[in-house]
Design a protein. Structure first.
Ligand SMILES: Cc1cc2nc3c(=O)[nH]c(=O)nc-3n(C[C@H](O)[C@H](O)[C@H](O)COP(=O)(O)OP(=O)(O)OC[C@H]3O[C@@H](n4cnc5c(N)ncnc54)[C@H](O)[C@@H]3O)c2cc1C
Length: 382
């Protein structure tokens, strides 16, 4: 999108590309290229390399150790990470919790957590969803009852990505069960996962991976100093965090990489002598998806450029998920039976990627829920 990228931005793209080429360990690049996720150790190594360069948190203000980049630089960086492929900065540490602590945390929380999040000295996970409280998140039941200088936490979280190797969980808990509006009785707590009374159990997803978990709290004691912001105001902070999460899940860089992969596959099929009548259909389909992706990128720039606000993040999330699923579907269909093989373009585990892509329209809030939010907050529909 040259519309947005000045000569300075183009030079920056080259700088990022050179940095990744020089610093991304080969084994990590190969693992990600093969369709794997970054492990805990991968994340530590890469996050620390980025942090040493001052790039650990693209959107954080420089006063807190972030890069303080404009929207164009953030997108260029995301594009180049996806193309390499290199892990993006830690999603839970950098994209979700960091901004909440910067905006709503205490000085002591900023001092303790921000440097550790930046350098992946600790890794955090997100304890929002519960059985029966996913789309209807505000109905969550995990309770935190204050006893002196501590909260006593009881309940269960589910679908907690990476909890099995995270050090802390940022959790929504119910601190006022009597609140008239259920949103008004929720608080945002930082909980050390090593605390007594916490059990993490694995959930293996349909793609065979262990990323998801259940987390149980049985009289876990959490210092009151780990409350973020004010008691019973956690819903406001959660909405702020979800705005960042949803804008991230739109995944424009990742979608560009998938479109490039589809085009490479098209070239390969042409070189293998597949007839034009077969290729033309795929070419048209890819072109339509790419046009949708450009439109999404324009929308994102409008949002980050200050012309709109985080109210639009559900739209980015819903549209980016649809595009990711559409392009993944095209790549799988173009590959035919090779989608099951371990050596095709698009990674050796295309089928696994396809299965994972189905989850993108669910996590961070399902597409249906994003549309409900947009209808209420943007379109003011009854
Ligand atoms: C891979 C993956 C990773 C995840 N990681 C995390 C994590 O790290 N931390 C965390 O807290 N959560 C995580 N989640 C949970 C995720 O946020 C929830 O799955 C999601 O919010 C949907 O909630 P649910 O699963 O309870 O589905 P439900 O809420 O039961 O929804 C079921 C279906 O009903 C539809 N539906 C529900 N309500 C409405 C409505 N009002 N109008 C129209 N349709 C509706 C939904 O769109 C969906 O299709 C993860 C989920 C997945 C799949």
């Amino acid at each position: 999108m040259d519309l947005f990228y000045s000569d300075e931005h183009k030079a920056f793209r080259q700088e990022v590309r050179d940095f990744i080429a020089a610093n991304l360990p080969d084994d990590m690049r190969e693992r990600l290229r093969a369709g794997g996720f970054a492990s805990k150790t991968d994340t530590e190594r890469w996050q620390r390399a980025l942090n040493r360069r001052g790039w650990g948190a693209p959107a954080w203000p420089t006063a807190f150790g972030g890069a303080g980049w404009d929207a164009a630089k953030q997108q260029i960086f995301a594009d180049e990470c996806a193309a390499a492929p290199a892990p993006p900065p830690h999603i839970f540490n950098i994209t979700m919790l960091g901004p909440v602590i910067i905006h709503f945390g205490s000085d002591a929380q900023r001092e303790y957590f921000l440097p550790k999040l930046l350098n992946a000295d600790i890794q955090v996970c997100q304890g929002f969803s519960e059985p029966g409280s996913g789309s209807d998140l505000a109905s969550l039941k995990t309770s935190a009852v204050r006893e002196g200088d501590e909260y006593v936490v009881n309940g269960q979280k589910i679908w907690t990505s990476q909890a099995h190797y995270s050090d802390w969980v940022f959790a929504l808990v119910r601190t006022d069960p009597e609140a008239v509006r259920k949103q008004a009785g929720i608080s945002f707590l930082l909980i050390d996962l090593k605390s007594p009374g916490i059990t993490v159990r694995p959930i293996i997803s349909i793609d065979g991976r262990h990323s998801l978990n259940e987390v149980f709290f049985d009289n876990a004691r959490v210092p009151v100093t780990n409350l973020v912001g004010e008691e019973n105001k956690g819903w406001d902070y959660a909405k702020f965090l979800l705005g960042h999460e949803r804008a991230y899940i739109a995944g424009i860089g990742r979608n560009k990489e998938r479109v490039a992969c589809a085009k490479a596959l098209l070239t390969k099929l042409a070189s293998e002598g597949h007839p034009e009548r077969e290729l033309a259909g795929w070419r048209g389909r890819i072109a339509l998806i790419e046009a949708d992706l450009h439109a999404l990128e324009v929308t994102q720039f409008r949002m980050h450029g200050g012309h709109a606000d985080m109210k639009l993040s559900p739209m980015l999330k819903a549209r980016g998920s649809e595009i990711f699923q559409a392009i993944t579907d095209v790549i799988c269909r173009m590959s035919g039976p090779a989608a099951l093989r371990a050596d095709g373009i698009g990674g050796p585990t295309l089928t696994k990627s396809y299965l994972y892509s189905r989850a993108v329209s669910i996590f961070g809030g399902s597409t249906e829920v994003q549309k409900n939010i947009l209808s209420a907050t943007v379109l003011s529909l009854p």
